[in-house]
Write a protein that binds this ligand. Sequence first.
Ligand SMILES: Cc1ncc(COP(=O)(O)O)c(C=O)c1O
Length: 473
Amino acid sequence: MLSSKAGCNSHGEDSSYFLGWQLYDNNPFHGVVNPTGIIQMGLAENQLSFDLVESWLRKNPDAMGLKKDGESVFRELALFQDYHGLPAFKNELVEYIAKIRGNKVTFDPNNLVLAAGATSANETLIFCLVDPGQAILLPTPYYPGFNRDLKWRTGVEIVPVHCWSSNGFRITMSALEDAYQSAQTLNLKVKGVLITNPSNPLGTTMTREELNHLITFAIAKNIHIISDEVFAGTVFDSPRFISIMEAATDRSLENENPDLWNRIHIVYSLSKDLGLPGFRVGMIYSNNETVVSAATRMSSFGLVSSQTQYLLSNMLANKKFTSKYMKENQKRLKRKREMLVSGLRTSGMECLKSNAGLFCWVDMRHLLSSNTFETETRLWKTILCEVGLNMTAGESCHCSEPGWFRVCFANMSQATLQIAMRRLRDFAERSSCDGRIGNKISSQQQNMSSLRRKLRSNWVHKLSSSECDEQHR
Ligand SMILES: Cc1ncc(COP(=O)(O)O)c(C=O)c1O
């Protein structure tokens, strides 16, 4: 019934990352209604500063009411269909993205293409730059949605750049070279390297040294650099954030290597920094006119509604509000992260030192009975079904080493986080009595079976059945 594209499995959604969400949906925690339910710690959503946005909305009813100086602009917005976007919104957006990058570089609204979130922006950019069957290099661990966003519809291949805990998962020249060589061995033409800075799932910003390696590497191989900077405004601690555009400007690439300057592109959205994933506001920023015009044409498939653009151009124009929001949001993220880190420490778990993001990258290698991804999956399932916490296993992030988990902290209240930490502490105490838990056949089997019956989609059903079968063996 389906086309081969729609029916094929390369959507990347058949990982434990998406399965965890489904199981959470069947039994979500609620302090009063469902206190034994699953707590969602696998969702990188920022709910910490909604009150600030809501307070701005209350004070600015005209923006929500589609009015300007008291007069309705409804008809104008209802008819607006230009895929270039509202000029007023693009002007505000470039000022905002410069501000969250410390005004170290300026951005030109003519180089900006709007898209329905970073998901759409990433796919559009890949469509514009890479042919089916060609490859893009991607440092590990990476955002679990990338296989779907970059590969599925474009037919592009991802070649991992393996990064390791021994140097804090930093990108090195030899890791980049190794990935390039493996692409060649596979007969894949490499068109670019895509980085996430700040990193999801690591929660770290890239060092100037790493950015310089990337620039040098992209010059040598004649490839593109795509920098997904959706977490740029979440940097709550030093070192400060350095955008690829700043690193390129500091090396005077515009004059000294215009070829590479024209191959540098940024992806950004308001989903994380402003906590508005439902508004679907994303963008591509490129130094390359040809890419901008191709991406603008392609953006017809994922435009941002003019109503949303109107509302947000008013909000971003209020510089006092954006300054206050950024500062307060970062302060709240830092505080929440500290709560998580100290809660995890009480359970004997350490995190990678981080300074950004809505999550921590947690080391649980000591809980594995063997250094394999199978054992990691068993641990993930135990934490999900016995402890009631949905975390993201490192394997879903294509981590090269088993035993690391991404744990989100910005999508829940302080009270919920405390309950999560209590559950984890109890679990850690039980596990230290039982020995390592990786091999333990646990009582979660029954929970999984009943949950499985309720699962909606076919692939989830298939995946969870095979997990349960495996436990029966
Ligand atoms: C690195 C990265 N890129 C893109 C996205 C997608 O963002 P959006 O909601 O703006 O589509 C996410 C979402 O988690 C992400 O972490």
